[in-house]
Design a protein around this ligand. Structure first.
Ligand SMILES: [Fe+2]
Length: 232
């Protein structure tokens, strides 16, 4: 299975996932680019869906669905479907509440579309206020294979690395991550995220030391995660 990334509205990222002939569009804001990509390859779009209902992610969806003449599934419908088959390979819709209650990730062989739940080098705002749900969602993601490529809903890499570096100036992985960053294809592996993303580093000894230095709770995993969330 392949994935193509399309930038729109400065830092939003849209995606086409596809096999040899069947395609799935997730957050279709780059309407014209997506239409061209699908037409140029002779792909059949089987579904358009969204990672969540925030307007910057649903932008263009109605137009794209009309132009492609294919079905639309809102995040609840996509979750109910569970799996979307593209040339007999499955893309799994996984509920990851926290940023919003309807937030989904789409997990495919080798990569995932993570919307505004997990970004490259940071996480989304916990707009629901349910930090425990957000923690469980991130734990779900953290259990995926470490080589999984993370394709997120926005390119916030520059400012996120600046914050990571502010917290951990002695972390050499941040420089390596920055060297690999390409605004033309924004992605990282889950292993990269474990090495730089402060919000996935609540079990990393340097992060635990930092939290202790600031007199923040570090007893349980959830306490450490909550403490990291309070650093921002
Ligand atoms: Fe959002």
């Amino acid at each position: 299975m392949e994935i193509a990334q399309f930038r729109y509205m400065a830092d939003n990222l849209a995606y086409v996932l596809h096999g040899p002939s069947q395609a799935l569009v997730v957050d279709g804001g780059a309407v014209e680019d997506i239409r061209e990509y699908i037409a140029a390859r002779g792909l059949t779009p089987v579904l358009v869906t969204n990672t969540h209902r925030h307007p910057d992610h649903t932008a263009g969806t109605r137009e794209l669905v009309a132009a492609l003449g294919c079905p639309y599934a809102d995040p609840d419908d996509a979750l109910a479907q569970g799996e979307i088959l593209l040339n007999n390979e499955a893309v799994r819709a996984i509920s990851t509440p926290g940023h919003t209650m309807d937030s989904l990730c789409f997990l495919a062989p080798g990569f995932a579309v993570t919307g505004d739940t997990l970004f490259n080098a940071t996480v989304g705002n916990c707009f629901t206020g349910d930090v425990e749900a957000f923690f469980r969602s991130l734990k779900t993601i953290m259990a995926w294979p470490p080589e999984t490529f993370i394709y997120s809903g926005h390119d916030y890499v520059d400012q996120s690395l600046a914050f990571a570096w502010h917290l951990e100036p002695d972390n050499p992985a941040i420089t390596a991550y920055e060297a690999k960053y390409d605004p033309a294809l924004v992605r990282s592996t889950l292993a990269d995220e474990f090495s730089v993303n402060p919000y996935l580093r609540f079990n990393a000894p340097p992060m635990i030391r930092l939290l202790k230095d600031r007199n923040l709770p570090v007893e349980t995993e959830f306490e450490r995660f909550s403490s990291v969330m309070r650093l921002g």
